[in-house]
Design a binder for this molecule. Structure first.
Ligand code: 5GP
Length: 203
C-alpha cells in the first residue's frame, strides 16, 4: 500500500502553490484531482486541475458515495474522487490530497493512518498580505477571512506535522523529508524482517 498524504492548512497559506511546486519536485507521488462545482479559471483544464461538475453532477457523486470527502467552500463544492485514491494506493503508489481543513478532518475519520501535514504562514502579516493580495476585497471581508484563518489554525492539533510556508523550496524540502521518514517507519519493515527470518529458518 502507498501512503496517503493530506496537505491542508488555513485559507491563504499557499497550499496550491506548494502543491504545484511539489509536483515537479516529487513526480513519484500521485496527485489526486478533485471534483468541484466552481467555474474553471483561465488556463485550467478539466481533468487536470479539477473535474469541473455542475451542482447536479456533484450531488449525484455524493449520492453514489463516489467521494472520499467533500466540503462546501465559498459557495462551491469540492471533493476527492474515492476510486482513484483507492486504486492508486493499492498499486503501491503514494497519493497526495491538497484540500481545505474541513475535508482533511473527514479524511482523518476514514483514513486515520494517512499522514496529515498542516501548512502554516510564516507570520500573520504575510497571511494578511496573501489574503489581501487576492483581490479587491473590503476591509470587512479581509477581517472576516483573517478571523477564519486564525480559527482554522486551531485545527493544527489534529495533524501529524506542521510545515511553515516561508519559502517554497524550503517548504517542499520539509514535506519531502516527512514523506521519506514515513517510508522508513519500523512497522513497514516487519513483513520484510519476517520474510528474512523465514528464509533463514528454511535454509
Ligand atoms: P480553489 O478554488 O482556489 O482551487 O480552491 C479552494 C480551496 O479548496 C483550497 O483551499 C483547496 O485546498 C480546496 N480544495 C481543493 N480540492 C478539494 C477537495 O477535493 N476537497 C476539499 N475538501 N477541498 C478542496
Amino acid at each position: 500500500m502507498g501512503l496517503l498524504i493530506v496537505l491542508s492548512g488555513p485559507a491563504g497559506v499557499g497550499k496550491g502553490t506548494v502543491c504545484s511546486a511539489l509536483r515537479s519536485r516529487m513526480p513519484e507521488i500521485v496527485y489526486s484531482v478533485s471534483a468541484t462545482t466552481r467555474q474553471p479559471r483561465q488556463g485550467e483544464v478539466d481533468g487536470v486541475n479539477y473535474f469541473f461538475k455542475t451542482r447536479e453532477q456533484f450531488q449525484e457523486m455524493i449520492a453514489r458515495d463516489a467521494l472520499l470527502e467533500h466540503a462546501e467552500y465559498v459557495g462551491n463544492y469540492y471533493g476527492t474522487p474515492r476510486d482513484f485514491v483507492d486504486r492508486t494506493l493499492a498499486s503501491g503508489k503514494d497519493v497526495i490530497l491538497e484540500i481545505e481543513v474541513q475535508g482533511a478532518l473527514k479524511v482523518k475519520e476514514k483514513f486515520p493512518e494517512a499522514i496529515f501535514i498542516f501548512l502554516l504562514p510564516p507570520s500573520l502579516d504575510v497571511l494578511k498580505e496573501r489574503i489581501t493580495g487576492r483581490g479587491t476585497e473590503t476591509a470587512d471581508v479581509i477581517d472576516t477571512r483573517m478571523n477564519v484563518a486564525v480559527e482554522e489554525m486551531n485545527l493544527l492539533r489534529h495533524y501529524d506535522y506542521a510545515v511553515i510556508n516561508d519559502e517554497i523550496d524550503a517548504a517542499c524540502d520539509r514535506i519531502r523529508s516527512i514523506v521519506i521518514a514515513e517510508h522508513c517507519r519500523r512497522e513497514r519493515f516487519m513483513p520484510y524482517v519476517t520474510g528474512m527470518k523465514t528464509a533463514i529458518e528454511k535454509a
